[in-house]
Design a protein around this ligand. Structure first.
Ligand code: 6OG
Length: 180
């Protein structure tokens, strides 16, 4: 038996502080023009946790954070023979200064405080939080799958999931399960 596709291992890290979420606007490369957590490929000889710490530090030019593993995601797409396997990390505390890098422009966003508010922000994007003056999480400028799992991720759930994209680049099917 031979697997038909290879899974490439990536990390992604989301930092939250004082009710705000730190995202990066990707200036170049894969996912250009979209907001995302901070991460990249896991190098040979490196664990995902090590890669997540390295990427976070590199892409924010010098922050260190206590990273907590919360999700394992698999993304499939008909255009690529490689599936993306992403280990997703969460951090509430970090040290250092958030700085723009060549690849990512960091920006803080308000986090909706209830599930209903989250749904409203997903359906009606570009809303600004009166209390902080920050824009809510920009789901309309993120990967399409993010709206399906980021609310649960931010509520503290640990899970595994898979999202399949079609040839039109849109999400076709997805599946999530809480981790035990
Ligand atoms: P570099 O190529 O810049 O790493 N990534 C995804 N993130 C989300 N939220 N959804 C997806 O759905 C993704 N596909 C890839 C993994 C790419 C970064 O982008 C993430 C890495 O953090 C399709 O080295």
């Amino acid at each position: 038996w031979l697997p038909v596709a290879k899974a490439k291992l990536y990390t992604n890290a989301f930092v939250r502080q004082d009710g705000k979420l730190l995202l990066g606007y990707k200036k170049r490369g894969f996912g250009k023009g979209l907001y995302n957590g901070f991460g990249g490929k896991v190098d040979k000889g490196e664990t995902p946790a090590e890669a997540a710490a390295r990427e976070l530090e590199g892409r924010l030019s010098g922050i260190t954070a206590q990273l907590e593993h919360r999700a394992t995601l698999l993304f499939m797409s008909p255009e690529i023979t490689e599936a993306a396997h992403i280990e997703v990390y969460y951090a509430e505390k970090f040290e250092g200064t958030v700085t723009e890098s060549e690849e990512m422009r960091p920006e803080w966003f308000a986090i909706p405080d209830t599930e209903a508010r989250h749904k409203d922000v997903i359906q009606n994007p570009k809303q600004v939080d009166d209390a902080s003056g920050l824009r809510f999480i920009p789901y309309d400028e993120m990967w399409e799958d993010d709206a399906l799992w980021l609310p649960a991720f931010l509520s503290g759930h640990r899970f595994i999931g898979r999202a399949d994209f079609g040839i039109d680049g849109h999400l076709q099917k997805s599946w999530f399960a809480l981790a035990s």
